[in-house]
Ligand binder design. Structure first.
Ligand SMILES: [Zn+2]
Length: 70
């Protein structure tokens, strides 16, 4: 399962960039869907998914920095 988290402005004023979270079974490494996650059990291997493996992938947005040089 890939969850996409949209841009969000946090209470402290900082911006949370758009990113995706991929959820996998830690045992068989298969993609976990929402129903499996809700049941906390992998349909493929029966592994307990109360602590699934999550990979966060940052989607790099346009950083309009105005051509800054390092
Ligand atoms: Zn599994």
């Amino acid at each position: 399962m890939i969850k996409e988290i949209a841009d969000a402005k946090l209470d402290d004023g900082s911006i949370l960039c758009r990113h995706t979270i991929e959820v996998y079974c830690p045992s068989c490494s298969r993609d976990v869907d929402e129903a499996e996650l809700a049941a906390k059990k992998c349909n493929d291997c029966g592994f307990d998914l109360s602590t699934p493996e999550q990979h966060v992938a940052i989607v790099v947005a346009n950083l309009s920095s105005g051509g800054a040089t390092l």
